[in-house]
Design a protein around this ligand. Sequence first.
Ligand code: NDP
Length: 246
Amino acid sequence: ENTLDGKVALVTGGSRGIGAAVASRLAAMGADVTLTYRSDRERADALADRIRRDGGRATAVRADSADPAAVTAAVDGVAADRGRLDILVNNAGAFLLGPVEQLTAADVEQTVAVNIRAPFVASQAAVRHLPAGGRIINIGSNMAERAIFPGFSLYSMSKTALIGLTKALSRELGPRAVTVNLVNPGPTDTDANPADGPNAEAISAFTALGHYAAPADIAAAVAFLATPEARYITGATLNVDGGFTS
Ligand code: NDP
């Protein structure tokens, strides 16, 4: 299981939900993980403590993905402190929904900043550090491919941008043996989309499996893409959505 021994990873938005599951999983596989958060320092530190108690290596750093300088500093900081960076997981996301005429300019700015600019800027900074075998893994959304509910115009638009980023960057980094992939989660039980929320039953009904994912289900796919075994997968979109888009 220790297939990531000696690797250094950065997971954005890693204090809760999918990012926390990814950080825990990568650390359990031997990676030295840094996770970013925006506001809840206690929560982030508690997760890093828990990972360390379990014998892993983890550090939490505050970096608001809406701020490109903070994103770049987080990437460069990991590379400077650890002497390398092997795996970047762009997970932090803004989830601003509503009828298109009610979404504000600030909503658009926040969504574009966190869901599009941050993965771009983080990748740009990471490229300077990633060695052969390096990994960039973006977290998109099932809503990029099948925007089945009203209110998702802004969010779906932003997550669709990650398809282009993933494909184009895979071409650019392929010659360096760095892979770039996109994981599109389906409905996943987190604070942002609780499995016991008011619309959960309706959402579940659109999956083939009939239920939500656990954050660990998404983390398992991300972890596989991070391993050396996944070296021939690049530019790909992996739907981990219980058949939501099937
Ligand atoms: P959660 O709301 O459960 O967790 C969000 C995490 O990201 C927290 O650690 C939070 O830190 C951090 N975060 C939020 N905003 C920022 C920011 N601006 N800068 C840095 N960190 C930030 O989200 P999920 O786990 O549900 O979502 C993770 C990703 O998965 C997102 O990209 C989302 O779009 C995507 N996704 C989720 C689905 C779902 O059903 N849950 C479905 C499809 C895609 P803090 O506590 O400090 O705010």
